[in-house]
Ligand binder design. Structure first.
Ligand SMILES: [Zn+2]
Length: 68
């Protein structure tokens, strides 16, 4: 998921790194068109997302899936 380093309540991010448009992401990094178009590149490109509220670089947080 994506988090804001400045405020965990910020949960909307924008990504402009590799497409000519600005993508709006939620805290899970969900963006259907990105998933369809870039697939494997998503994780690394999410590192270029920025918080929409304060423009801080988004932090990608991974976690163990305890449900498997
Ligand atoms: Zn923020």
């Amino acid at each position: 998921m994506l988090t804001c380093p400045n405020n965990p309540e910020h949960d909307t991010f924008v990504m402009t790194a590799f497409v000519p448009e600005t993508w709006i992401l939620n805290s899970d990094g969900d963006c259907e068109e990105i998933m369809e178009n870039t697939d494997e590149a998503v994780d690394s490109d999410l590192g270029n997302a920025r918080c929409q509220d304060c423009d801080a670089p988004a932090v990608i947080v991974y976690w163990e899936d305890e449900n498997v």
